[in-house]
Ligand binder design. Sequence first.
Ligand code: HEM
Length: 204
Amino acid sequence: MAYLARFWDSTIGKKSAEAMHDYATLLRTSMPVLWGARIALIGAVVLHAVAALQLTQRSNAARPQAYAKKAPQVTTFAAKTIRYGGVLLLAFIVFHILHMTLGVVAAPGFVHLDPYNNVRQGLANPLVAGFYLLAMAALGLHLYHGTWAVFRTLGVARPSPTPLKRRLAVALAAIVVLGFAAIPLGALAGAFTEQPSPVTAEGH
Ligand code: HEM
């Protein structure tokens, strides 16, 4: 037990800050790779948003009048809120880049290439950590509905009262969301202790 406690302390302490610094540096070893990834991601987000907008317009044009009878419909909360969640996620991505990459919004003491302390200080504000958690909830619903819809569109899962595609969609959304949400939850619980910045320690 004592060994485990020591291991935990050492990893979540100085080594986390260093490991995150090394990882951030690694991501920047090749500018063409970094910018290639950034451009591909921005392109994917823009195409996704444009396709969603066109789909909404097409759906509205196909049925300009609302249905008289709304309930009961076979649908889910995730399906009904997919568009609001999408707008929230877009706002989150813009905020997230200003917050964690550029350090220009709600980022006290921001130091480039010190993601450990940037996350620690950036998520110390409960309102900011709360916004991250809200965005992760939207991400979970989005991933759940998206994964399920992909299986349906491709027709790869057979009809069933307990479809495999639903269970896969729940599993994928849960793994991603719990993994991301652990960070703002950890910050709210005070799990991030102040660590010397590997950047200033190296004399950058
Ligand atoms: C909630 C937990 C999250 C934390 C604590 C977190 C933390 C960070 C940090 C510290 C950076 C800056 C890294 C650096 O400059 O070296 C970063 C960058 C980034 N994050 Fe997150 N992130 C989280 C969730 C997400 C989610 C859910 C997405 C996607 C929707 C995302 C997308 C990105 C992208 C695309 C970048 C890179 C931006 C760039 O420099 O080009 N992050 N994140």
